[in-house]
Design a protein around this ligand. Structure first.
Ligand SMILES: C[S@@+](CC[C@H](N)C(=O)[O-])C[C@H]1O[C@@H](n2cnc3c(N)ncnc32)[C@H](O)[C@@H]1O
Length: 201
């Protein structure tokens, strides 16, 4: 194996694979590979987040840390008429996410490469969706949470999934600090889906 899923340029030998799943009633097919998060099957936390998330038509959505693109691609399917930006620091993940947009016929989304919010500098969204890179370290996850309000429109929502045993309750406290409130909107299989709302709308 070798390498970590959050590296900019994974050096691990290519091992392409595919995952076929139905999510929220829609069929999807995802190309995956070594050197990206959850190559062999959909992460249970990702699944739980996608079961919980409520997005409407014509909304703007950021999938931060998109991996091979599951969250952003499902969100793009759910927000008919809206637009999704998927970002990741890992170039192999970003290339797979682009391929997966095409493979799933998604036209209302784009993939950008870069660190945390750098690819969407100055932009604000209706939703930010994130299965955060816990293994990349506290600094990265702290920045994702602390800078979220400035990348949301008034009334916009920040959705995050985390394992209870990997500090979901600590992350909830950080979200409360950044937004004023954070609710547990779903739990299961040892994960919690957390949601904060930016005041103002
Ligand atoms: C837990 S994975 C989730 C991947 C995907 N969203 C999913 O649910 O399968 C977190 C992702 O964050 C990315 N990541 C790590 N550090 C990052 C950073 N500084 N900026 C942006 N993305 C980062 C990793 O490369 C990885 O793809």
């Amino acid at each position: 194996m070798g390498g970590q899923y959050f590296e900019k340029r994974p050096a691990s030998k290519r091992r392409p694979a595919q995952i076929s799943v139905t999510i929220r009633g829609y069929p999807f097919n995802f190309h995956t590979d070594s050197g990206v998060f959850s190559r062999d099957e959909l992460d249970r936390g990702t699944e739980l987040l996608l079961e919980a998330v409520e997005v409407g038509p014509w909304e703007t959505i950021l999938d931060l840390g998109c991996g091979y693109g599951v969250i952003g691609i499902v969100a793009a399917r759910l927000t008919e008429g809206g637009h999704v930006i998927l970002t990741d620091v890992n170039e192999r993940a970003a290339a797979l996410a682009r391929a997966n947009l095409a493979a799933n016929g998604i036209r209302n989304a784009e993939v950008r490469i870069g660190d945390v919010y750098a690819p969407v500098d100055g932009m604000a969204f209706d939703h930010i969706l994130c299965n955060p890179p816990i293994r990349a370290g506290r600094d990265v996850v702290d920045r994702i949470i602390a800078e979220a309000p400035s990348h949301l429109l008034d009334g916009g929502r920040f959705w995050l999934v985390a394992r209870t045993r990997q500090g979901a309750d600590t992350l909830r406290r950080r979200m409360t600090k950044a937004f004023g409130t954070a609710d547990v909107v779903k739990r299961g299989s040892g994960f919690k889906v957390l949601r904060s709302v930016k005041p103002g709308a």
